[in-house]
Design a protein around this ligand. Structure first.
Ligand code: IMP
Ligand code: MG
Length: 176
């Protein structure tokens, strides 16, 4: 076994799979009500949001499409590098866009993705993050939808990784 991966059974669970599923169902209802009568263009931010986006999508009760863009600011570490690299070929002009992100930490990623997509003049542009990390210095982003506020700890699971590991965990656990 490599020296990064620890037995998940030894990690402190912050949010159980059941807690996450219950909140995701509530978010699905909130989002479906908000966009009632409209068609939604769900845009997940890879890789971290792929699990959340897949679960959230199945809780929506409105016509929607799902797309993904690649953006990352972490590299291999536990601190945001501040430099966001982005890859996508989306056309969102006139669409109701909902960005789906795993975690709003410094907000650098969301801010840059939102600024980028805003230039195409979508009909509306909102963000939904499963987790909002309570740190003092954040970009000021108005998150329309949020799953949980969490303490400033490094977490993994449910799509979130450390050096690409632990994305498979059904819960969210602390790694620090
Ligand atoms: P931000 O740009 O600082 O808001 O960071 C957002 C991105 O950093 C997320 O999409 C995650 O991929 C990653 N990230 C932030 N905090 C954590 C964490 O606690 N664990 C794993 N990844 C994280
Ligand atoms: Mg991410």
């Amino acid at each position: 076994m490599n020296d990064i991966y620890r037995d998940p059974g030894t990690l402190e669970v912050l949010l159980s799979a059941e807690q996450i599923q219950a909140r995701v169902a509530e978010l699905g209802t909130e989002i479906s009500e908000h966009y009632q009568g409209q068609e939604l263009y769900v845009v997940g931010i890879l890789k971290g949001a792929f699990v959340f986006a897949a679960d959230l999508l199945r809780q929506l009760r409105i016509p929607c499409q799902v797309h993904f863009i690649e953006a990352s600011s972490y590299g291999q570490g536990k601190e945001s590098s501040g430099v966001v690299t982005m890859r996508h070929k989306l056309e969102v002009q006139g669409k109701h866009v909902l960005l789906v992100e795993d975690i709003y930490d410094t907000g650098n990623t969301l801010l840059q993705v939102m600024n980028d997509l805003q230039q195409q003049q979508p009909a509306s542009l909102e963000a939904c993050a499963l987790l909002n990390k309570d740190i003092p210095e954040k970009q000021n982003i108005s998150l329309k939808f949020q799953g949980f506020e969490i303490p400033p700890r490094f977490v993994v699971g449910y799509g979130l990784d450390y050096a690409e590991y632990y994305r498979e965990l059904p819960c969210i656990a602390c790694l620090d």
